[in-house]
Design a protein around this ligand. Structure first.
Ligand SMILES: Cc1cc2nc3c(=O)[nH]c(=O)nc-3n(C[C@H](O)[C@H](O)[C@H](O)COP(=O)(O)O)c2cc1C
Length: 190
């Protein structure tokens, strides 16, 4: 899959198959994130990759799924099978760190997708619970976690002009309206 098509194909997925995620895939995702750009090359981020089933079960209790799209949260047996917590060392945090985090998260997501593994970036998380579960020291923040698993649901992006509502339809297919290119692309001048 070429990069552009991977970016187009990627959709947030919140329901996953039972199949486990091998640790080498997580390692590859973190390696891609590690080599991603950071402002001034500060490299404020570290990553906790988790595929241990006990740890994953605890993390699943500390994340919230799909509130805005009307999904009911965790469906038993369909939870993510792995997580990568993106953590930022407090003393290295700058005004650019959130940008660094976004770039690292996309690197993780696209690398996983290459192995047909789907994901959900997650900001609605119980940070203290995650910190305790993963033994993350107090000098780190947990801005974002990425939930991963082989997909069990379908999600399709549409131009918002099609009028298809954001969320799941009666068959459980997710629909994600996106602003059309001509609304967001300014040619040479705003
Ligand atoms: C920074 C960030 C935080 C997010 N946090 C959550 C979250 O806590 N729970 C969730 O279910 N989805 C979360 N999402 C997923 C978005 O809801 C999703 O990206 C959006 O619906 C668009 O769908 P798409 O990713 O398929 O384009 C998050 C996405 C981003 C970029």
């Amino acid at each position: 899959m070429d990069v552009y098509n991977a970016i187009l194909k990627r959709r947030t997925i919140r329901r996953f198959q039972k199949k486990a995620i091998p640790f080498p895939v997580l390692e590859k995702c973190v390696n891609a994130a590690r080599l991603s750009p950071t402002a001034r090359n500060v490299q404020p981020l570290e990553f906790v990759a988790v595929n241990d089933t006990t740890q994953v079960a605890l993390l699943n209790k500390a994340v919230r799924f799909g509130g805005v799209v009307g999904q009911k949260g965790r469906v038993k047996g369909e939870e993510p099978k792995a997580f990568i917590a993106i953590i930022a060392e407090k003393e290295k945090i700058t005004s650019y760190t959130n940008t660094d985090i976004g770039i690292a998260a996309e690197a993780i997501v696209l690398t996983a997708l290459e192995s047909e593994i789907a994901s959900c970036m997650m900001g609605a998380i119980e940070r203290e619970k995650i910190k305790e579960t993963l033994g993350i020291p107090n000098n780190f923040e947990i801005p974002l976690v990425v939930a991963l698993g082989y997909p069990l649901e379908k999600s399709v992006a549409h131009d918002e002009t099609e009028g298809i509502p954001y969320g799941a339809d009666e068959k459980g297919v997710m629909h994600i309206p996106k602003r059309p290119l001509e609304k967001v692309l300014h040619k040479n001048k705003f």
